[in-house]
Design a binder for this molecule. Structure first.
Ligand code: KIV
Length: 275
């Protein structure tokens, strides 16, 4: 049965942990979906791991729509959530609603995600009022990297922790169905999880959130530009791929690929009649 925002609410009520991964294309979405995941996020981490930017600032609506539509075609069972890129929702609630609508209509997402707390509550209200589910994102919000001055753990002082709790309450009040907590100390993430009725999805936020999310290239060992502390590598696919590429290159160079069983045959007497 297709997972929905109601499945997320039910999981929190029943104490069942939610699992999410990112995906950006059809074949990877299909593999992840068929593994039984609860949700796939077309993250604007697309900018880093697919497009090769050093941050997520340059990612556009067109980028997100294109990749969301690819993922939606592959993910038939899980909830498909698409990130709203930088400056697609900050100007006004009207702008936010128009762009969220495009991610649903053209990107075929089931929900959108945006970064921020109290400052984006009006945007969350406008989007959810139109029937579009919103996942919020608090803590280290990469679109604000220039304001943070680096990828740092958030909420470590009493004031910052209180601020984060107020933001969490505000996004729930505005209608968000779930919230990502990124790079938040584990005890604070546990506290926010306890306070909120909606599920919290952690990334670098300890084990006591209602669910977890990882970027798939990180957990498969496919992205080596940098590896955050919170990443666990479940496989070394990057190395497997490099080994396979090297084997292919040397077989092509020595002429052992393709072997006869990989080639198509025909009546060879026909060849002699040519020219
Ligand atoms: O863009 C992304 O991949 C994300 C996750 C890390 C939560 O926002």
């Amino acid at each position: 049965m297709k997972k929905t925002v109601s499945s997320f609410a039910k999981a929190k009520k029943e104490g069942r942990k939610l699992s999410m991964l990112t995906a950006y294309d059809y074949s990877m979405a299909k593999l992840i979906d068929e593994s039984g995941i609860d949700g796939i996020l077309i993250g604007d981490s697309l900018g880093n791991v697919i497009l090769g930017y050093e941050d997520t600032i340059s990612v556009t609506m067109e980028d997100m729509i294109h990749h969301s539509a690819c993922v939606a075609r592959g993910a038939k069972n899980c909830l498909v959530v698409c990130d709203m890129p930088f400056m697609s929702y900050q100007v006004s609630p009207e702008q936010a609603l128009i762009n969220a609508g495009r991610l649903m209509k053209e990107g075929r997402a089931n929900a959108v995600k945006l970064e921020g707390g109290r400052s984006v509550a009006p945007a969350i209200k406008a989007i959810t009022a139109a029937g579009i589910p919103v996942m919020a994102h608090l803590g280290l919000t990469p679109q604000s990297i220039n304001a943070f001055g680096g990828y740092k753990v958030q909420g470590k002082t009493e004031e910052a922790a209180k601020d984060l709790i107020e933001d969490a309450k505000a996004i729930q009040e505005a209608g968000a169905f779930a919230v990502v907590l990124e790079c938040v100390p584990a005890p604070l993430a546990a506290k926010i999880t306890q306070i909120l009725d909606i599920p919290t999805i952690g990334i670098g936020a300890g084990a006591d959130t209602d669910g977890q999310i990882l970027v798939y290239q990180d957990m498969l060992g496919m992205f080596s530009d940098y590896t955050p502390k919170f990443v666990k590598r479940y496989a070394e696919i990057g190395k497997e791929m490099t080994d396979a590429f090297k084997a292919y290159i040397s077989e092509v160079q020595e002429g052992s690929f393709p072997a006869p069983d990989k080639a198509y045959t025909m009546d060879e007497s026909l060849i002699e009649k040519l020219y």
